[in-house]
Write a protein that binds this ligand. Structure first.
Ligand code: Z5A
Length: 215
């Protein structure tokens, strides 16, 4: 079977990736498409175990350890889940992928971007998304949304939610820089707007790409 379509959703915390991944999958399934939704870190048994350590605010990780953990998660995710789904011709939606490493560990933590590019290539085995949607909102909006959600569900704070505002601002700028550098792959969508408007724009982008690829 031919290759499917690989879509990633990226953006700062609270920008709406998880919600939009679900809405996009529902809309595509309603049109008869086979869709897998997954996330990073996570998405495999090994990945979910890595996620526990990676997000635990009580676990101290230096920059290199943090980077290598998320890359280990990605390498397993690509071979165990992403590649098989794409080889089976599915539409694969991943809530975060390699651009998150560039934005968080590169722009956020200051890791060398060229070296990160090499390491990402190793972890992804060269597998790049066909379409990346960066959901863009202000740091304040994103954090307010996740705090509201945490209050409602008594969720604990993760390691990233405790970071200072400047860190999240660098991450946001990182995503916007990635989009400026790769306009053919990456589209920025303003996610400060109501959910239905945002999901409509994402679906339109995906349908346009499916038509262009004759899928
Ligand atoms: N990380 C990394 O450092 N390096 C890497 O390579 C990778 C990840 C892959 C994963 O945390 C952390 O790992 C992440 C980066 C780091 N940490 N940070 N920051 P996660 O998966 O637990 O969290 P997240 O990816 O940041 O997602 P999130 O906090 O769950 O946010 P979201 O998925 O973007 O948003 P949401 O859950 O869809 O929505 C949040 C709330 O806002 C929810 O109540 C929604 O109903 C509401 N919402 C969403 N959209 C709207 C609109 N348009 N209007 C109003 N309300 C909305």
């Amino acid at each position: 079977m031919g290759r499917g379509l690989f879509i990633t959703l990226e953006g700062v915390e609270g920008s709406g990736k998880t919600t939009q991944a679900r809405l996009l999958a529902e809309a595509l399934r309603a049109r008869g498409r086979r869709v897998t939704v997954t996330r990073e870190p996570g998405g495999t048994r090994a990945g979910e175990a890595i996620r526990e350590i990676f997000l635990d605010a009580a676990v101290s990780l230096n920059v290199a350890a943090e980077l290598l953990l998320v890359l280990a998660d990605r390498a397993q995710h690509v071979s165990e889940k992403l590649k098989p789904a794409l080889d089976a011709g599915e539409i694969l939606i991943s809530d975060r992928y390699s651009d998150s490493t560039t934005a968080y560990q590169g722009y956020g933590r200051g890791f060398d971007l060229a070296l990160l590019g090499e390491l990402n290539r190793l972890a992804t085995a060269g597998m790049a998304p066909d379409l990346t949607i960066v959901l863009d909102c202000s740091v304040e909006t994103g954090l307010a949304r996740t705090r509201e959600r945490a209050k409602a569900s008594a969720q604990r704070f993760d390691r990233f939610e405790g970071e200072e505002r400047a860190f999240h601002a660098r991450v946001r700028e990182g995503f916007l820089n990635i989009a400026r550098g790769e306009p053919g792959r990456v589209t920025v969508i303003d996610s400060e707007r109501p959910l239905a408007l945002v999901s409509g724009e994402i679906l339109a982008q995906v349908e346009e790409l499916l038509a262009r690829r004759c899928l």
